[in-house]
Design a binder for this molecule. Structure first.
Ligand SMILES: [Zn+2]
Ligand SMILES: [Zn+2]
Length: 172
């Protein structure tokens, strides 16, 4: 299409089309590069704020930071919808549900911990599920702690939180 447009514009030469490279390239005036003082959101485009990406296109560093932060926060909200999210001391958000692994408790891992074949990686939620199961089997805390790979105090604390520390509530 571009070739055809050039033929129409320049006319059809008698000797056929010129060989490639025979015609001089069209002169192009270099566009003056004007960089404004401020970006469209009012940030000063000075030495620290003015940046260029890999294609040589300028961007405002402050604006890009805002864009990325907004994007990340929206992704966080989407990913942890319905989770137990708490604010940290420095103003970020922290998901307790995902950190404890409550969303993906592997039943096989729990089963292995209960049977005494503890895998190398056990999440906090899986450990608690295994401890509760062992407690419901009426095992002593020393054995529970040994199989779960935690301290006796921690095993007791897990059972205390669920409310099955006394044998009466276990159903003995
Ligand atoms: Zn800006
Ligand atoms: Zn989460």
């Amino acid at each position: 299409m571009a070739c055809y447009a050039r033929w129409v514009y320049h006319g059809r030469p008698a000797g056929g089309p010129p060989a490639p490279g025979a015609t001089a390239p069209k002169p192009r005036a270099p566009r003056p590069r004007v960089i404004p003082d401020r970006c469209r959101h009012g940030h000063a485009l000075d030495a620290t704020n003015l940046r260029f990406d890999g294609n040589g296109v300028r961007y405002c560093r402050a604006c890009r930071y805002v864009i990325e932060k907004t994007y990340n926060e929206r992704q966080f909200t989407y990913r942890h919808d319905g989770h137990d999210v708490i604010p940290t001391r420095d103003g970020r958000r922290y998901c307790r549900t995902c950190n404890r692994g409550e969303q993906d408790v592997d039943a096989v891992v729990v089963e292995r911990v209960v049977s005494g074949d503890r895998p190398a990686r056990v999440s906090a939620a899986e450990l608690e599920a295994a401890v509760v199961q062992l407690r419901l089997h009426q095992y002593p805390y020393s054995l529970i702690a040994d199989r779960a790979g935690c301290s006796v105090r921690h095993a007791w604390w897990i059972c205390d939180r669920v409310g099955i520390t006394s044998t009466r509530e276990v159903g003995a």
